[in-house]
Design a protein around this ligand. Sequence first.
Ligand SMILES: Nc1ncnc2c1ncn2[C@@H]1O[C@H](COP(=O)(O)OP(=O)(O)O)[C@@H](O)[C@H]1O
Ligand SMILES: [Mg+2]
Length: 248
Amino acid sequence: MKISLERCPTGIPGFDELCDGGLIRDRSVLIAGPSGSGKTIFGMQFLINGIEMYGEPGIFIATEERPQHLREHFSVFGWDLEKFEDENMLAIIDATSTKIGLPSDEKYIDVRPFDTRSLIDQIITIQDEINARRAVLDSTTSIGFALQDPSKFRVELLKISTTLEVLGLTSILTSEVVDSGAISRFGVENFVTEGTIVLYYTRSENVRIRSLEIYKLRGTNHSRKIHPYDITDEGIIVHSKEEIYTEV
Ligand SMILES: Nc1ncnc2c1ncn2[C@@H]1O[C@H](COP(=O)(O)OP(=O)(O)O)[C@@H](O)[C@H]1O
Ligand SMILES: [Mg+2]
């Protein structure tokens, strides 16, 4: 019997048509890209679209930026995070403040030093409250630095991604790479997810070009090409009909 896997559309213009309608429901995917390539925006847009277009609550685990920063930055795109938090459609876990020794008055705070069990407990608590369907862990890279040992990092990431899956969350995990085109920072992140999306941010003469590739996505047909995308006032727009031919 052929089982076709249920989809979770990102709602990001131009993206879902590259992979037969969206990400695979209840699975996790890695988004790898250099700093400034748009990983955090991609992740948040996935959650906001989930809320606005599909009525699906989301969880954002912020290890890189304080939630207050995220609320301020994303208001530029017209995304009112606070409103969604008040409506129990969005929960942001502050895994940043305590890490850098700052107090936090956020509702959901992760302790330091990094501890998978406490993060998972927090996610389970939130799940009881808001019954989320989507999650973003931004980023895996800071967890990798906290744990240092790649084999331990791989096991802990596997615990996190499996928990997200069991809780019925379709998830995006981000990875900040140093070289444009690399698929992970520590060489293990891509093993714990069902797919890898690579964001390129490369120089061509005197401009930088953004492009995206679905490097791997298990269980689905997907584009094998590299497609340009833009970050606009409304977020990411992928030009699915166009391709990048130049060496990236
Ligand atoms: N309103 C906007 N219009 C166009 N580009 C923007 C806008 N806001 C942010 N950006 C671009 O997005 C980049 C940051 O994206 P971000 O998702 O934070 O990257 P990453 O998480 O990969 O480091 C900025 O460097 C900037 O180039
Ligand atoms: Mg980021």
